[in-house]
Design a protein around this ligand. Structure first.
Ligand code: ACO
Length: 376
């Protein structure tokens, strides 16, 4: 079988029972449960448990899982020292990628790849990731690090370690919904990267490091920062029409629109849109929301027929801005959540591994003579 599919589009390269996407009708399920239901009723901790175990936890199971995760909130001393030496100009995504890799230095047996060990390593990374991001952000602002509070949820603790004060219930819940909705999404590029790396039986740290590197690209998770830059570039809602039409005329992409799988509105965008609207009103950012919904209206009119609709990044930008996050923390937030999904895929891959090794179609010449350097 030698079928060539550029970008592996349409190729089924793995089996999963974590998330399922109906791109035509805009449906996303985690382990069979609709994302809207999870966004309404679940928590990030419960969602991660669901993805890793393929069933909702009992109260006791959730307590045990949460306890283990909280035991890993504390960032390793070596990583804390390392953060002090990172230049304040470094991008948080580069910092997160590099320090997830360095967490392996503080693991007694970083290469253990049995499923149970992989699960523990995943908890170790997921637990420390918020602290890494928060501590680096504070360090670059010249502020002292805040130690974690293990009485807080994953989302509350991150906002606490970042800002030095406990978030309001509304902010913490909004942030948790962002974490739930970004946690998993089929065999997307970064998830594929994680599965490709672990399929060599490398190690969980390497697999998740690769995934963070993939996610930061502007065609993937980096698009949420692109959305915010675009919203900042548009002075007011009255300028949206000209801005979008000019971009389309120049064949530029509007960030936060289009998706390889969805040809309808991304269901996560629907959940986040409601959140963005509410938070924008609560925080006096109505103009930002109005600009976003105007862009959506024009895009639907102009390119809706091509199946180009808002994706998860479009309204998450306004949501993160209203929560008070700086622009270059948007993609790290995505990564923090997706660590849940990536880890689940790593565990799945290890449970039934086969090395990924596709082929390239050779399109070069054959029989080319070697020419000595002085004769070229
Ligand atoms: N703005 C304007 N036009 C678009 C956009 C967009 N964002 N996305 C696609 N199109 C147009 C293309 O120009 C093309 O038009 P044409 O047929 O007239 O040439 C048509 O829609 C199909 O585009 P493709 O490139 O084939 O779509 P593909 O499935 O390869 O691209 C992608 C998906 C990469 C996400 C693309 O839509 C894009 O670049 N979007 C902007 C970046 C973005 O928001 N990325 C986040 C994706 S979600 C995530 O990773 C979490």
């Amino acid at each position: 079988m030698t079928t060539f599919a550029k970008g592996l589009e349409g190729i089924i390269a793995a089996e999963t029972n974590m998330s399922w996407i109906d791109g035509t009708n805009g449906v996303l399920e985690y382990v069979g449960i609709n994302i809207d239901e999870l966004a309404r009723n679940s928590t990030f901790e419960e969602t991660v448990y669901l993805l890793w175990n393929k069933k909702l936890p009992t109260r006791a199971q959730l307590e045990e899982f949460t306890k283990e995760l909280r035991e890993h909130y504390k960032v390793a001393d070596g990583i804390k020292d390392r953060i002090k030496s990172i230049p304040s100009t470094a991008e948080p995504m580069h910092v997160l990628r590099s320090l997830i890799s360095e967490l392996a230095f503080y693991d007694d047996n970083p290469n253990a790849n049995d499923v149970e060990s992989a699960r523990h390593k995943a908890i170790n990374i997921l637990g420390q990731a918020p602290g890494i991001v928060a501590m680096y952000d504070r360090a670059r602002r010249g502020l002292d690090p805040i130690e974690p509070d293990t009485s807080l949820t994953f989302s509350e603790n991150f906002l606490y370690m970042l800002n030095g004060e406990k978030p309001t219930e509304t902010m913490a819940r909004a942030f948790d919904i962002c974490m739930i909705t970004h946690a998993d999404h089929g065999l997307n590029n970064s998830t594929f990267a994680a599965r490709v790396v672990i399929s060599t039986l490398s190690d969980v740290y390497s697999a998740l490091t690769a995934a963070v590197g993939s996610l930061r690209g502007p065609l993937h998770g980096g698009a949420n920062e692109g959305v915010m830059k675009m919203l900042n570039e548009i002075p007011s809602v009255d300028d949206v029409e000209d801005y979008v039409m000019n971009k389309l005329k120049n064949k530029d992409r509007i960030m936060g629109f289009g998706h390889r799988v969805y040809k309808a509105k991304d269901p996560r965008a629907k959940d986040l849109q409601k959140l963005a609207k509410q938070l924008a009103t609560d925080t006096g950012n109505e103009a930002l929301y109005e600009k976003s919904s105007k862009i959506e209206e024009i895009m639907e009119r102009e390119v809706g027929s091509k199946g180009i609709y808002p994706n998860v990044d479009f309204y998450s930008a306004t949501t993160y801005h209203c929560i008070g996050l700086k622009l270059d923390l948007f993609t790290p937030m995505f990564a923090m959540s997706r660590l849940g999904g990536w880890s689940g895929h790593v565990i799945e891959q290890l449970g039934d591994n086969r090395l990924f090794r596709p082929k390239a179609q050779f399109i070069g010449e054959h029989g080319v003579p070697y020419v000595a350097i002085d004769d070229r």
